[in-house]
Design a protein around this ligand. Structure first.
Ligand SMILES: CC(C)(COP(=O)(O)OP(=O)(O)OC[C@H]1O[C@@H](n2cnc3c(N)ncnc32)[C@H](O)[C@@H]1OP(=O)(O)O)[C@@H](O)C(=O)NCCC(=O)NCCS
Length: 268
């Protein structure tokens, strides 16, 4: 690895900032700091380049704010009217045994119990959650924020008369005009094999097709995930692709199926 030299003049420092390794000055300084708890505090003086970086950062933060505004304007221009209606009055879906309602912060503990279970997560695509804070930040907060930006919706699966998270069906990556979406789902392993996923996914597919007027619903699943493939086939998905060595699970390459449901013209 190339050694980092300390700039002696402003010119040197500017050249360094644009040199091949392109490590910005403040990062270089941070890299040189000792992380030992016994290390004495170090004053890192700001250079003109640091100030420029800081300004860039502030500008970036301000742009993020205007991005929120832009997103809202974009919705008004591009989303069909029925999409506004649905997002403003998100429905609770029912099946003979189940109630599918939006995710809430209070689902944290029950969601963690399922998402930390290695058996449930084996084919889910992400490792089991190691602690409840991870579930709060990486599942609950992200899904709620994605819902706010109309990019995803997490249907929590509950039994009728018992408002407890037993799994979910997530619809995510809605495209800009709400014609395409992806699905991912999970059920508490204690309840596998009772037809719960088929009932829940089937109802969500109906809602996406009939109410949201989505044209194509997609799902990708690992080739060993026979139960998931069966669920999709039972609710009308068709295999579209077979991707070889497409992901790594437990250090091994794994093939993936791509399955999709296309709404018929009559339902549009
Ligand atoms: C996939 C999953 C949601 C299915 O939940 P479920 O409530 O048990 O599903 P259902 O009972 O509705 O249906 C399961 C179907 O798979 C079949 N099945 C289950 N394991 C099977 C196996 N090893 N071989 C063949 N078929 C199998 C069942 O027999 C049933 O089909 P059938 O009704 O024709 O008999 C559940 O296994 C799960 O949560 N897995 C972990 C998360 C995951 O893989 N999610 C999908 C990623 S997109």
């Amino acid at each position: 690895m190339q050694a980092l030299s300390t700039p002696t003049t402003m010119e040197d420092s500017q050249q360094n900032a644009h040199s091949n390794n392109k490590i910005p000055e403040p990062l270089r300084k941070l890299a040189e700091l000792s992380l030992s708890p016994d290390a004495s505090p170090v004053l890192v003086p700001m250079t003109p380049q640091d100030v420029d970086l800081w300004k860039d950062f502030i500008e970036y933060k301000e742009n993020r704010k205007s991005w929120d505004t832009w997103r809202e304007e974009d919705w008004k221009k591009n989303h069909p009217a029925h999409i506004h209606e649905i997002f403003n009055n998100w429905p609770v879906l029912e099946t003979p045994r189940l109630r599918l309602r939006l995710l809430r912060e209070s689902d944290l503990q029950d969601a963690f119990n399922v998402l930390s279970n290695p058996k449930a997560m084996k084919y889910y695509g992400t490792p089991p959650h190691e602690n409840i804070e991870f579930t709060r930040k990486q599942h609950i907060e992200i899904m709620l924020s994605r819902f706010k930006f109309r990019d995803a919706a997490s249907f929590v699966i509950t039994f009728k008369g018992e408002d407890k998270f037993i799994g979910h069906v997530n619809a995510f990556q809605f495209d800009r005009v709400f014609k395409f979406v992806e699905l991912a789902y999970i059920v508490d392993p204690e309840l596998w094999g009772k037809g719960i996923a088929t009932e829940a996914v089937g109802r969500v597919v109906e809602f996406l097709r009939d109410d949201m007027k989505i044209h194509k619903i997609r799902a990708a699943l690992f080739a060993h995930n026979i139960a998931s493939k069966r669920v999709l086939e039972k609710v009308g998905f068709v295999q579209e692709g077979y991707l070889r060595d497409n992901v790594i699970i437990d250090g091994e390459f794994e093939n993936e199926y791509v399955m999709a449901y296309i709404a018929s013209k009559e339902s549009m």
